[in-house]
Design a protein around this ligand. Sequence first.
Ligand code: ADP
Length: 162
Amino acid sequence: MRIAVYPGSFDPVTLGHIDIISRSSRLFDKLIVGVLNNSSKIPLFSAQERVNMIEDAVREYPNVEVQSFDGLLVDFARMSHATAVVRGLRAVTDFEYELQMSQTNHIIAPDIDTIFLTTNLNYAYLSSSVVKEVARYGGDISKFVTTLVRDKVLDKYNITAK
Ligand code: ADP
Protein backbone atom coordinates (compact mmCIF):
# COMPACT_ATOMS: atom_id res chain seq x y z
CA MET A 1 0.00 0.00 0.00
CA ARG A 2 1.48 3.36 -1.04
CA ILE A 3 0.89 5.94 1.66
CA ALA A 4 1.77 9.64 1.52
CA VAL A 5 1.44 12.49 3.96
CA TYR A 6 0.56 16.04 2.96
CA PRO A 7 1.70 18.29 5.82
CA GLY A 8 0.96 21.94 6.40
CA SER A 9 -0.48 24.56 8.70
CA PHE A 10 -3.80 24.75 6.80
CA ASP A 11 -4.81 27.84 8.78
CA PRO A 12 -7.34 27.60 7.18
CA VAL A 13 -7.48 25.09 4.32
CA THR A 14 -7.99 26.78 0.93
CA LEU A 15 -9.20 25.56 -2.46
CA GLY A 16 -5.51 25.45 -3.46
CA HIS A 17 -4.80 22.90 -0.72
CA ILE A 18 -7.92 20.92 -1.65
CA ASP A 19 -6.74 20.77 -5.26
CA ILE A 20 -3.40 19.28 -4.13
CA ILE A 21 -5.26 16.81 -1.88
CA SER A 22 -7.57 15.75 -4.68
CA ARG A 23 -4.73 15.24 -7.16
CA SER A 24 -2.41 13.42 -4.76
CA SER A 25 -5.21 11.16 -3.53
CA ARG A 26 -5.19 9.71 -7.05
CA LEU A 27 -1.45 9.03 -6.91
CA PHE A 28 -1.44 7.09 -3.65
CA ASP A 29 -3.51 4.35 -2.04
CA LYS A 30 -3.86 6.48 1.06
CA LEU A 31 -3.18 10.15 1.70
CA ILE A 32 -2.87 11.48 5.23
CA VAL A 33 -3.26 15.23 5.57
CA GLY A 34 -1.08 16.24 8.53
CA VAL A 35 -2.07 19.42 10.35
CA LEU A 36 1.02 20.86 11.99
CA ASN A 37 0.46 21.79 15.58
CA ASN A 38 3.81 23.30 16.49
CA SER A 39 4.21 26.11 14.00
CA SER A 40 6.16 29.13 15.18
CA LYS A 41 3.26 31.31 14.00
CA ILE A 42 0.24 31.66 16.30
CA PRO A 43 -2.61 30.14 14.28
CA LEU A 44 -6.07 31.67 13.87
CA PHE A 45 -7.63 28.21 14.29
CA SER A 46 -6.81 25.45 16.78
CA ALA A 47 -5.42 22.22 15.35
CA GLN A 48 -8.76 20.49 15.98
CA GLU A 49 -10.68 23.25 14.17
CA ARG A 50 -8.30 22.98 11.22
CA VAL A 51 -8.70 19.18 11.14
CA ASN A 52 -12.50 19.52 11.21
CA MET A 53 -12.56 22.00 8.32
CA ILE A 54 -10.34 19.75 6.17
CA GLU A 55 -12.40 16.66 7.03
CA ASP A 56 -15.52 18.49 5.88
CA ALA A 57 -13.81 19.43 2.59
CA VAL A 58 -12.43 15.97 1.75
CA ARG A 59 -15.47 13.82 2.53
CA GLU A 60 -15.73 12.83 -1.14
CA TYR A 61 -12.23 11.28 -1.11
CA PRO A 62 -12.46 7.91 0.68
CA ASN A 63 -8.69 7.35 0.79
CA VAL A 64 -7.91 10.66 2.52
CA GLU A 65 -7.46 10.90 6.31
CA VAL A 66 -6.80 14.00 8.37
CA GLN A 67 -4.67 14.06 11.54
CA SER A 68 -2.87 16.66 13.56
CA PHE A 69 0.75 16.16 14.54
CA ASP A 70 3.58 17.87 16.30
CA GLY A 71 7.28 17.20 16.28
CA LEU A 72 9.25 16.20 13.23
CA LEU A 73 7.49 15.63 9.93
CA VAL A 74 9.62 12.56 9.19
CA ASP A 75 8.58 10.99 12.51
CA PHE A 76 4.93 11.60 11.64
CA ALA A 77 5.51 10.13 8.17
CA ARG A 78 7.21 7.02 9.61
CA MET A 79 4.50 6.55 12.21
CA SER A 80 1.95 6.71 9.38
CA HIS A 81 3.94 4.15 7.33
CA ALA A 82 4.26 6.75 4.58
CA THR A 83 7.04 6.61 2.02
CA ALA A 84 6.32 10.00 0.49
CA VAL A 85 5.64 13.56 1.55
CA VAL A 86 3.55 15.73 -0.77
CA ARG A 87 4.05 19.50 -0.99
CA GLY A 88 2.56 22.06 -3.31
CA LEU A 89 4.64 24.57 -5.25
CA ARG A 90 3.08 27.87 -6.22
CA ALA A 91 5.88 30.19 -7.27
CA VAL A 92 9.64 30.49 -7.22
CA THR A 93 9.27 32.03 -3.77
CA ASP A 94 8.12 28.64 -2.41
CA PHE A 95 11.03 26.85 -4.04
CA GLU A 96 13.99 27.79 -1.83
CA TYR A 97 12.26 26.90 1.42
CA GLU A 98 10.77 23.70 0.03
CA LEU A 99 14.10 22.58 -1.42
CA GLN A 100 15.86 23.14 1.89
CA MET A 101 13.16 21.29 3.82
CA SER A 102 13.02 18.32 1.47
CA GLN A 103 16.81 17.98 1.42
CA THR A 104 16.98 18.15 5.22
CA ASN A 105 14.24 15.55 5.54
CA HIS A 106 15.99 13.34 3.04
CA ILE A 107 19.21 13.42 5.12
CA ILE A 108 17.41 12.47 8.32
CA ALA A 109 15.06 9.99 6.65
CA PRO A 110 16.47 8.70 3.33
CA ASP A 111 13.60 6.22 3.05
CA ILE A 112 11.07 9.05 2.67
CA ASP A 113 10.88 11.13 -0.51
CA THR A 114 9.21 14.48 -1.05
CA ILE A 115 7.19 14.96 -4.19
CA PHE A 116 6.01 18.34 -5.42
CA LEU A 117 2.81 19.07 -7.27
CA THR A 118 2.71 22.40 -9.05
CA THR A 119 -0.26 24.53 -8.24
CA ASN A 120 -3.38 24.61 -10.32
CA LEU A 121 -3.07 27.95 -12.18
CA ASN A 122 -6.46 29.00 -10.84
CA TYR A 123 -5.06 28.96 -7.32
CA ALA A 124 -1.47 30.05 -7.89
CA TYR A 125 -1.98 33.29 -5.96
CA LEU A 126 -3.87 31.69 -3.10
CA SER A 127 -2.58 31.28 0.45
CA SER A 128 -4.13 30.98 3.91
CA SER A 129 -2.67 34.39 4.78
CA VAL A 130 -4.34 36.03 1.77
CA VAL A 131 -7.67 34.51 2.84
CA LYS A 132 -7.28 35.89 6.37
CA GLU A 133 -6.16 39.30 5.15
CA VAL A 134 -9.07 39.70 2.73
CA ALA A 135 -11.62 38.47 5.32
CA ARG A 136 -10.30 40.70 8.08
CA TYR A 137 -11.03 43.79 6.02
CA GLY A 138 -14.48 42.61 4.98
CA GLY A 139 -13.64 41.21 1.52
CA ASP A 140 -15.45 38.24 -0.01
CA ILE A 141 -13.47 35.00 0.38
CA SER A 142 -16.02 32.63 -1.11
CA LYS A 143 -13.89 32.09 -4.24
CA PHE A 144 -10.94 30.95 -2.09
CA VAL A 145 -12.37 28.51 0.45
CA THR A 146 -15.31 26.16 1.08
CA THR A 147 -18.56 27.58 2.47
CA LEU A 148 -17.87 26.06 5.90
CA VAL A 149 -14.39 27.61 6.04
CA ARG A 150 -15.76 30.97 4.91
CA ASP A 151 -18.31 30.94 7.72
CA LYS A 152 -15.72 29.90 10.33
CA VAL A 153 -13.29 32.62 9.23
CA LEU A 154 -16.02 35.27 9.32
CA ASP A 155 -17.01 34.01 12.80
CA LYS A 156 -13.45 34.44 14.03
CA TYR A 157 -13.41 38.03 12.87
CA ASN A 158 -16.99 38.63 14.05
CA ILE A 159 -18.15 39.50 10.55
CA THR A 160 -21.57 38.50 9.23
CA ALA A 161 -21.67 37.02 5.72
CA LYS A 162 -23.00 39.41 3.07
P1 ADP B 1 3.14 25.57 5.53
O1 ADP B 1 2.91 26.54 6.67
O2 ADP B 1 3.72 24.26 5.94
O3 ADP B 1 3.80 26.16 4.30
P2 ADP B 1 0.55 25.75 4.27
O4 ADP B 1 -0.69 25.35 4.98
O5 ADP B 1 0.72 27.20 3.96
O6 ADP B 1 1.68 25.14 5.15
O7 ADP B 1 0.70 24.93 2.93
C1 ADP B 1 0.84 23.54 2.93
C2 ADP B 1 1.35 23.09 1.58
O8 ADP B 1 0.42 23.43 0.57
C3 ADP B 1 2.67 23.74 1.14
O9 ADP B 1 3.40 22.78 0.42
C4 ADP B 1 2.23 24.86 0.25
O10 ADP B 1 3.23 25.19 -0.70
C5 ADP B 1 1.04 24.22 -0.43
N1 ADP B 1 0.09 25.21 -0.90
C6 ADP B 1 -0.44 26.26 -0.22
N2 ADP B 1 -1.29 26.98 -0.99
C7 ADP B 1 -1.29 26.37 -2.21
C8 ADP B 1 -1.93 26.64 -3.47
N3 ADP B 1 -2.72 27.69 -3.62
N4 ADP B 1 -1.67 25.81 -4.51
C9 ADP B 1 -0.84 24.76 -4.34
N5 ADP B 1 -0.20 24.45 -3.20
C10 ADP B 1 -0.41 25.24 -2.15
